[in-house]
Design a protein around this ligand. Structure first.
Ligand SMILES: NC(=O)c1ccc[n+]([C@@H]2O[C@H](COP(=O)([O-])OP(=O)(O)OC[C@H]3O[C@@H](n4cnc5c(N)ncnc54)[C@H](OP(=O)(O)O)[C@@H]3O)[C@@H](O)[C@H]2O)c1
Length: 274
């Protein structure tokens, strides 16, 4: 059976997921995206050939799976407007929103709607994402497998056993691409300041990040072992790493990731109690 998927919200993340699904062979005719913004709808239809509608209710009435892809602050209103239609249709509902708890989603959507909470990330657009998923005990194996298959179209998946861990996931992989973009940006800037032309600096920093990421993902050795293998005593890499360690890079990253996890918890309090 073909799974019919409705996206509620057609912004950045829905675009990434739709792109990933189509790249893995999904049929555009099985995907409907609801978004109130005409420009978003035109772009999604033009780029992907998916159905587009201006309101969620029109998207969910034939859906097997509904992906909630609006901002956390828009979630209560979006869910409440869908609740009557979902009570009839009973599709699997997948939320990708940062922070919003399953308990709040269930309160807004109505009882007995099978719910899975997920945290994808932006590289889903090119099939290089990673998604963490969480569901309560009441969600059965078939629903878990369906959620895994959809989110897995855009990269590997991991399941976490406790819902609070989604705040940590959000801080690590949800927000994480931005940390690596910042690193690439900073390395590129340093390279131009030391005399390379901007295009060469960009290429060297981007390709180095790409190569290091691929090696870390595929190698049997841990990242620490890989780092040691490229660091000879008294050499150039050692000189750079000494500066990074002395400057407290590890502590800065730990603080940054803790701040993101805290913010994820705050989003639940700010927008989950509506
Ligand atoms: N961006 C990321 O890297 C990332 C990563 C992981 C998870 N997420 C999660 O993904 C979700 C979406 O983020 P995003 O960056 O894709 O946001 P976005 O670009 O703002 O997209 C959300 C879209 O949904 C529309 N919308 C609002 N209310 C709606 C409704 N009731 N029905 C249908 N569409 C509605 C918005 O329209 P308006 O502009 O008119 O409001 C907007 O076009 C968030 O909850 C976020 O936490 C994002």
């Amino acid at each position: 059976m073909t799974t019919r998927i409705a996206f509620i919200g057609g912004g950045h993340m829905a675009t990434s997921l739709v792109g990933g699904l189509l790249a893995r062979g999904a049929n555009a005719g099985t995907i409907t995206v609801a978004d109130p913004v005409a420009e978003q709808r035109e772009r999604l239809h033009r780029d992907f050939g998916v159905h587009v509608v201006d309101h969620g209710v029109a998207a969910v009435h034939e859906a097997d799976v509904v992906v909630l892809a609006v901002k956390p602050q828009q979630m209560a209103e979006a869910c409440r407007s869908l609740a009557p239609a979902l009570a009839v249709q009973r599709p699997l509902v997948i939320s990708i929103a940062a922070g919003i708890r399953l308990g709040d989603l269930s309160r807004w959507l109505g009882p007995d709607v099978p719910l899975v909470r997920t945290m994808p990330n932006r590289p889903a657009l090119i099939g290089a994402g990673i998604t963490a998923l969480y569901a309560g005990h009441e969600v059965g194996a078939a629903a878990r497998t369906a959620a895994d298959a959809i989110m897995g179209a855009c990269g590997p998946t991991v399941w976490v056993p406790e819902e609070w861990q989604m705040d940590v996931v959000t801080a690590v992989s949800g927000s994480g691409p931005a940390y690596f973009f910042l690193l690439i940006e900073a390395i590129e800037q340093a390279a131009t300041e030391l005399g390379l032309d901007p295009a060469t600096a960009r290429k060297l920093s981007v390709e180095t990040a790409h190569g290091a990421g691929r090696m870390a993902a595929s190698a049997f050795d841990s990242p620490a072992e890989l780092r040691e293998q490229v660091t000879s005593r008294g050499g150039t890499t050692a000189a750079a790493l000494e500066v990074l360690e002395a400057g407290g890079l590890r502590a800065i990253l730990a603080d940054a990731i803790a701040a993101a996890a805290r913010r994820s918890g705050e989003l639940a309090r700010d927008y989950g109690t509506a």
